[in-house]
Design a protein around this ligand. Structure first.
Ligand SMILES: [Zn+2]
Length: 121
């Protein structure tokens, strides 16, 4: 039921972990399916030079977070801010319909991380 690319990111997540001296942190929880995501970003010269995530979630949420961090690394804050749920779904090659909400976590957590960076700056 999952696309090959989703399974690949689920089995071998990219950028999983934590950044101790993060410049921004975004947290999102979705009690309806139990997914919980925390994203850490490191910012230099207006670019996201490092990004990691910690997650408690279903395969769709894990794959979403993994591909999002791949997409975002090295991008400017503006570009990262513009990434939507649809961009992530497209990058994954789609998710089963009842799992599409899980992809919303990634973009929301990333936005919150960028906001927390802006506020502290
Ligand atoms: Zn989920």
């Amino acid at each position: 039921m999952y696309q090959e690319r989703v399974l690949k990111h689920f089995k071998n997540p990219q950028n999983a972990g934590r950044i101790e001296d993060a410049d921004g942190i975004g947290v999102v929880g979705d009690p309806s399916c139990g997914d919980f995501l925390r994203i850490y970003i490191k910012v230099e010269d207006n670019h996201i030079v490092d990004i990691k995530f910690e997650i408690y979630g279903c395969p769709a949420a894990i794959a979403t977070s993994s591909i999002l961090t791949d997409m975002v690394k090295g991008k400017s804050l503006d570009e990262a801010w513009g990434i939507t749920d649809e961009d992530i779904l497209e990058a994954l090659g789609g998710l089963p319909e009842n799992k599409e909400h899980c992809s919303n976590l990634g973009a929301e957590a990333l936005s919150k991380a960028i906001i927390s960076y802006m506020v502290n700056f």
